[in-house]
Design a protein around this ligand. Structure first.
Ligand code: SF4
Ligand code: SF4
Length: 201
């Protein structure tokens, strides 16, 4: 692992991001772009809408995998803040058989609050224990650099840190459209699930 300047990262990642976007089929592009409109048509139930958002995220980001530096077991990104909404926490909890903490208001966290000593409670031996039900933010978190240099604990919160990620705006718009009327409270995954899978067991 060699030190990388933000400039090196930018040049490499711009190419990779272009390659990724150019490789997306017109059908998949249209499917993603239409998401905010589509979810309002498929159902009035927020949970159905959320599932469609998550499914669409998987479709586009599974496709992105071959362009990213991310690899199974890497997991430095599971030590940083993982913001989720109360509604998503409830959705995860229902599927995992865990009752999330019901927060009365959003909880703000400093960017540098979490680090190597504070992994996500669902991370075990470098693997996500709840992969199928991981939140949207985890599904979208990818590093398009040549390696995970800027994700390493000692580097990720340096002021010059650069973790190039594709921003898929229709996903974000559709997510906010889904949760804004139901439970817009937002906090870190650790606030909702302080003990991970052990909460109710
Ligand atoms: S985002 Fe960074 S830490 Fe997470 S899997 Fe990708 S390269 Fe590894
Ligand atoms: S939910 Fe899974 S992928 Fe997301 S931060 Fe936790 S361990 Fe990592």
């Amino acid at each position: 692992m060699t030190a990388r300047t933000p400039e090196q990262t930018r040049i490499y990642a711009d190419d990779k991001l272009d390659e990724f976007f150019n490789s997306v089929t017109p059908e998949l592009k249209a499917h993603v772009v239409s998401l905010p409109k589509r979810i309002t048509q498929i159902s009035a139930r927020p949970v159905i809408r959320l599932k469609e958002v998550l499914n669409t995220a998987d479709q586009i980001f599974d496709h992105a995998g071959k362009f990213a530096a991310c690899a199974r077991g890497c997991g430095h990104c599971c030590h940083v803040s993982v913001p989720i909404t109360q509604f998503e926490a409830r959705y995860m909890g229902e599927n995992l058989g865990i009752t999330p903490v019901e927060l009365k208001q959003s909880v703000k966290h400093e960017l540098t609050e979490y680090g190597s000593h504070t992994p996500c409670p669902f991370l075990k031996n470098g693997e996500c224990l709840i992969y199928e039900f991981r939140p949207l933010t985890c599904r979208m978190h990818m590093n398009f650099d040549v390696d995970n240099y800027w994700c390493l604990h000692e580097n990720w919160n340096k002021p010059e840190a650069e973790i190039p990620r594709p921003t898929i705006q229709p996903l974000i718009d559709a997510y906010h459209l889904t949760i804004s009327h139901v439970a817009p409270i937002m906090a870190d995954i650790r606030d909702f699930f302080p003990q991970g899978r052990a909460t109710n067991s």
